[in-house]
Ligand binder design. Structure first.
Ligand code: SF4
Length: 252
């Protein structure tokens, strides 16, 4: 099948979006990764027993939150029965419960839980997004899938222009650095390494700067084992809030 640059089912069209609404309208039509399209739709048909009466979203998941956010929280990809079910990032699963409880404590979210896309939750000064927008089998997108999906996050960051990115986990960290490098940001070689508590400032096009803050992912693998605790996550989000209130100076 031929692939046209203007084909709305591919992420090349992301650059044409003038704003976040336009971007999301294009994103939800994307079918560029055959394996992920098949998986997101399969999960939406088979469902988990606890959600058997629900209609799964089963499409690409847009970023969620404040369109003028100074902070973005970057995960990796939607969870099969979380965001792939509800259609909103980190919504409807344990990872989201952990993340939004912390965001509420530090004053970034209006409520401590994120249950459904229409639950009224609002975020102030922050957006939650991901470098891969469709649920992958085993929560593991391939390098090709990560690369293919890059333009969606790239355009979202161009529109929002955040000052701080809280990056959840090493895969998200690498994916974000790749996206920023492709956008012309000065990403050092060797690349800054991911660590919980890592803090890296990057300079980019137009004299812009962004501070990346590393944080262990909010997956149950980390939160059930105590590798990531609530005080640890609170501390990273508070640091993000502080940086956003005194953003890095623009280089001249
Ligand atoms: Fe499109 Fe990204 Fe989903 Fe791939 S993962 S189909 S590029 S939205």
């Amino acid at each position: 099948m031929s692939r046209l640059p203007e084909d709305p089912t591919y992420p090349e069209v992301a650059g044409a979006a003038a704003d976040l609404d336009g971007l999301d309208a294009l994103l939800v039509e994307c079918r560029a990764c055959p394996r992920l399209v098949a998986w997101r739709e399969h999960v939406g048909e088979v469902k988990r027993a606890a959600f058997s009466t629900e209609t799964y979203w089963a499409r690409p998941v847009p970023g969620f939150g404040d369109p003028t956010a100074r902070i973005v929280v970057v995960g990796l990809a939607p969870a099969a029965h979380g965001a792939n079910r509800t259609g909103r990032m980190f919504t409807g699963d344990r990872s989201g419960d952990f993340l939004f409880a912390s965001m509420h404590r530090v004053g970034l979210a209006s409520a401590p839980t994120s249950v459904r896309a229409d639950d009224g939750l609002t975020l102030t000064g922050v957006r939650v997004t991901a470098p891969v927008r469709c649920a992958p089998p085993g929560n593991a997108p391939t390098p090709t899938e990560r690369r293919t999906c890059g333009p969606w996050l790239a355009r979202e960051l161009e529109i929002v222009e955040p000052d701080v990115a809280v990056v959840l986990g090493g895969f998200g960290w690498q994916a974000l650095l790749t996206t920023l490098a492709e956008q012309g940001w000065q990403v050092p070689r060797p690349r800054p390494r991911f660590a919980h508590g890592a803090e890296v400032r990057l300079d980019g096009p137009g004299g812009r700067s962004i501070v990346l803050l590393g944080c262990f992912h909010v997956s149950q693998q980390n939160t059930f084992t105590g590798r990531l605790t609530l005080p640890m996550l609170d501390a990273v989000l508070l640091r993000a809030r502080d940086v956003a209130e005194a953003p890095p100076a623009r280089s001249t």
